[in-house]
Design a protein around this ligand. Structure first.
Ligand code: NAY
Length: 292
């Protein structure tokens, strides 16, 4: 499981001027991140806009990642979709192209029972031999992973972990206790990485990691080596930047900063908002602060 332990970037999807998937830019982004010491990438999640893409587009983004990645670079394919059918197709595809693991949110919009969600996730596991990571993000999906459902999911040997995006580390600690030492907890909120690691997270998956990978690798390494004061200084620095970022359309702003760092991934797909032109100088200032 060591290949999942570290900083994993919830990477952007890249589009050209016409809004089409830009495989070349996806490859450049993977190369940019790999050079900065991150463990791997999480493809097609919230930051990756997977839910705003067709099944074909999601496959193309993943294929571009696989083509560009270095050998020892971990790739987690987010295959969550509103229909089990699409998720199953994406799970089969992810295995066929050599991804290291699957991950999925629960189905959204309809209120699906716990049993229905379990079946949805189990279908993806049955469709591929890949390890599976539950994506728990109740604020956006409206579905909260309960301890009894997690307990049921633990009975599937493919379930290796939970990526947990909740504003409380209590739940993270409780899930870790339930899953045991070999069950992986991935910290979701970037602003809580150090808190999550302190309470048992094994790794972090985050969207702002993509624009400041060095800082998050530094937090992770300092924590692992027991340099807590240093880790706290880095996390505080990251949070000062995130606080400003959250005042803007966040996915659009991440893309603007990634572009300033050299990789043009285009605009986020509507209805996600781009940064309005009059806020671009503020993004530039934030970028300069981040690089200083
Ligand atoms: C994903 O799937 O994109 C992620 O794992 C990223 C998790 C992000 N949460 C959301 C809702 O996008 O990186 C965080 C988040 O953008 C960051 O903590 C700022 O709040």
């Amino acid at each position: 499981l060591s290949k999942f332990k570290g900083i994993i970037v919830a990477m952007n999807s890249c589009y050209d001027r016409n809004g089409r998937v830009d495989e070349g830019a996806v490859g450049e982004l993977v190369a940019f991140l790999a050079k900065r010491g991150v463990k791997g990438v999480y493809v097609g999640g919230s930051t990756g806009e997977g839910m705003l893409q067709s099944v074909e587009e999601r496959k193309r983004v993943l294929e571009a990642v696989m083509a560009a990645k270095p050998l020892d670079f971990t790739v987690i394919a987010h295959v969550g979709a509103i229909t089990t059918r699409d998720s199953v197709e994406l799970a089969e595809h992810a295995e066929s192209v050599g991804a290291d693991a699957l991950s999925a949110i629960p189905p959204f919009y309809y209120r699906i029972s716990e049993h229905g969600v379990e079946e949805h996730w189990a279908s993806m596991m049955r469709a591929s031999g890949l390890p599976f990571i539950i994506y728990h993000i109740p604020a956006t999906t409206g579905f909260s992973l309960s301890k009894p459902l997690l307990q049921k999911m633990l009975a599937y040997p493919q379930t290796i972990g939970v990526k947990i995006t909740t504003p409380s580390t209590y739940e993270l600690q409780q899930f870790k206790a339930l899953g045991g030492p070999d069950f992986l907890l991935f910290n979701g909120p970037d602003e809580q990485l150090l808190a999550g690691l302190s309470l048992g997270a094994d790794a972090g998956i985050g969207g702002t990691y993509g624009m400041m990978p060095e800082l998050f690798v530094a937090i992770y390494e300092a924590f692992r080596q027991g340099r807590m004061e240093e880790a706290r200084t880095y996390q505080t620095w990251a949070n000062d930047i995130i606080a400003e970022l959250l005042d803007m359309p966040v996915y659009g702003a991440i893309k603007e900063i990634v572009k300033m760092r050299g990789v043009d991934c285009g605009q986020p797909r509507l209805p996600l908002e781009p940064v309005p032109a009059d806020r671009l100088p503020a993004v530039r200032k934030l970028y300069e602060k981040m690089m200083s």
